[in-house]
Design a protein around this ligand. Structure first.
Ligand SMILES: Cc1cc2nc3c(=O)[nH]c(=O)nc-3n(C[C@H](O)[C@H](O)[C@H](O)COP(=O)(O)OP(=O)(O)OC[C@H]3O[C@@H](n4cnc5c(N)ncnc54)[C@H](O)[C@@H]3O)c2cc1C
Length: 539
């Protein structure tokens, strides 16, 4: 098949990351094409249309900051908006910045090959088309490769099957249906209360209980958006100095959430309970020793269990809802009425630790203790996170080396942005960058800006290639793992999180995210650039 186009850059993905990247490239006079497998823009917010799908950061923080006029023109209606509003925002962005003419939809990138002779990438699509570009920029997201439910008999089910991560555009009517939800991660926790209100019955199949607390979401008050618009410059400046790029998480100020002066192991039992009475769901995680001392973490877990017992009336259900892994080992979830849902007559929790799953049949779900007949199964089984979207593309660098082959023992990257042996490849929110431990809109903007500056530097100095050195890659990979280990609960043996790849059978257990925080990360990236791209070879 012939190569039909020659571009400065091909960007894969049209979510927050790809849209910003395209704008920046065009702004600096680079020709670019975005290839997106969905039929529209939005990425996460295009695919995850399940009931209850919602961001856990405040809209004014989880939105683009790169053009102040966008902040002034768009009006959010809720503190933490639901999926339709975020998707509408991204569609508006695409129109407002006239981005669609350079995006090709319904186009999956299946392969990308580096050509030594021409110093270009050839990108191949699922339609067999080939496009050439000097740079390949992946904006494929961290949570965009769905994990298929590995359950015996899954294909035998004769009823309706829904997946939260590729939910039908037309929605689904749960009215009068007997429904099962499999999975109680972030998506399950968001969907369960909403489905419970509509369905005749809901069985929740839980393998691992989640830490979740009330979001305290609300509509913005009349005039509040105008006040926030006036505060944007200050909000953005403070976001940039915050560890996670976030000032508020689930309507709570991050500074207040993570105190440094109070130790749970030095707090008497009655004082712990008094703090719980005063502060509720935020209390257990606010002790300074919880993230560093596993005994402190267990004590916090016990406080958390007390809150569940206070909310869920059936003691057995309450006990089954208590997480069995360290608090803070995964990104905390926030919810709207999750625990209260288990007090409803039509909702049953099936604890798969006590009653293991046998398989799926034509009419329902079988566990060791019996069979539950259902009309609809909703799989909320998550993603092959962070490396998954890149592993699904045949990316071949120097000497035909396949990217995923080099990552069998965990990803090796420089700054989570580049890989030795893969010249002119940039990975937005790639493995070993702050990505999912940061406000991701801020993370994609930081990467997109850095990449554009790098391309402009190369153009100015007439460089054709840029490539991370193996030494720089090794140093960054080691540094990232060392930083992760400074927070023991994140890597504790009892922590099985998608940050460690533990949810994917056979995936090497390695911490996939840089945990040193956005300010330190940004400073390092800036230092690399101002030093003339140290750790890279330019040619
Ligand atoms: C349910 C859910 C809730 C979330 N909530 C939050 C939150 O509260 N706060 C937060 O900071 N983050 C949240 N995230 C993370 C979220 O993914 C990011 O905030 C953000 O949307 C990432 O944007 P992105 O452009 O990097 O990636 P994505 O939005 O994932 O977009 C990637 C795009 O690349 C496309 N793509 C991938 N592979 C290919 C290929 N081979 N060929 C063509 N196209 C391809 C995909 O179709 C997708 O459209 C959430 C994620 C999920 C799934």
């Amino acid at each position: 098949m012939d190569t039909d186009e020659r571009l400065d850059a091909i960007v894969v993905g049209a979510g927050f990351g790809g849209l910003h990247m395209l704008y920046r490239l065009r702004e600096r006079g680079f020709s670019a094409r975005v290839l997106e497998m969905g039929t529209g823009v939005g990425g996460t917010w295009y695919w995850n249309r399940y009931p209850g799908s919602r961001v856990d950061l405040e809209s004014v923080e989880y939105s683009y900051s790169f053009l102040p006029e966008l902040e002034q023109e768009w009006n959010w209606t809720e503190l933490m908006p639901a999926q339709p509003e975020i998707l509408a925002y991204l569609e508006w962005i695409a129109d407002r910045l006239d981005l669609r003419r350079d995006i090709r939809f319904s186009t999956r990138v299946v392969a990308a090959t580096w050509n030594e002779q021409t110093a270009t990438w050839t990108v191949e699509t699922d339609a067999g088309e080939k496009l050439d570009a000097r740079f390949l920029i992946t904006a494929t997201g961290c949570l965009s490769a769905p994990l298929e439910p590995a359950i015996a008999g899954v294909a035998d089910f004769a009823g309706d099957v829904l997946h939260t991560n590729r939910y039908p555009k037309a929605g689904y009517d749960f009215e009068g249906k007997r429904v099962a939800v499999i999975g109680t991660g972030s998506s399950g926790v968001q969907a369960i209360p909403v489905i419970a209100e509509e369905a005749a019955t809901l069985h929740v199949f839980q393998r691992s209980a989640a830490y979740t607390r009330p979001a305290n979401n609300r509509p913005l008050r009349a005039g509040e958006m105008e006040e926030l618009k006036a505060e944007y410059p200050e909000i953005r400046a403070r976001q940039r100095t915050s560890h996670s790029g976030t000032l508020r998480f689930g309507a709570f100020a991050v500074d207040e959430l993570y105190r440094t002066d109070r130790l749970i192991l030095q707090t008497a039992e009655e004082d712990r309970l008094r703090i719980l009475d005063d502060e509720g769901w935020t209390a257990p995680g606010t002790f300074a020793d919880v993230m560093v001392d596993i005994d402190a973490n267990r004590a916090a877990n016990e406080l958390y269990a007390e809150l569940i017992r206070r909310t869920v009336s059936d003691p057995r259900t309450a006990a089954a809802l208590v997480p069995q892994y360290p608090m803070g080992c995964k990104r905390p979830i926030i919810d709207t009425g999750y625990y209260e849902t288990f007090n409803r007559e039509n909702v049953t929790l099936v604890d798969l630790r006590a009653d293991p799953l046998v398989g799926i049949t034509a009419t329902g779900i079988e566990t060791e203790s019996g069979h539950v007949e259902v009309d609809t199964i909703v799989f909320a089984t998550g993603f092959d996170a962070i490396t998954g979207p890149l592993d699904r593309i045949e990316i071949r660098g120097r000497g035909g080396r396949l990217l995923r082959d080099g990552w069998v023992d965990g990803p090796h990257t420089y700054l989570g942005l580049a890989v030795a042996g893969f010249p002119n490849l940039f990975t937005i929110t790639g493995p070993l960058s702050p990505s999912v431990l940061a406000n991701m809109v801020m993370a994609v903007e930081q990467h997109g800006d850095w990449i554009t500056d790098c391309l402009a530097h190369m153009r100015e100095h007439e460089y054709l290639t840029i490539e991370a050195t193996p030494e720089a890659e090794e140093e960054w990979t080691r540094h990232t793992l060392e930083v992760a280990e400074t927070v023991p609960v994140r890597v504790h043996e009892s922590c099985g999180s998608w940050y460690l790849g533990s949810n994917v059978p056979g995936k090497k257990r390695v911490y996939l995210v840089y945990t040193g925080g956005m300010p330190a990360y940004r400073a390092r990236c800036d230092e690399v650039a101002s030093g003339g791209y140290t750790g890279f070879v330019l040619g």
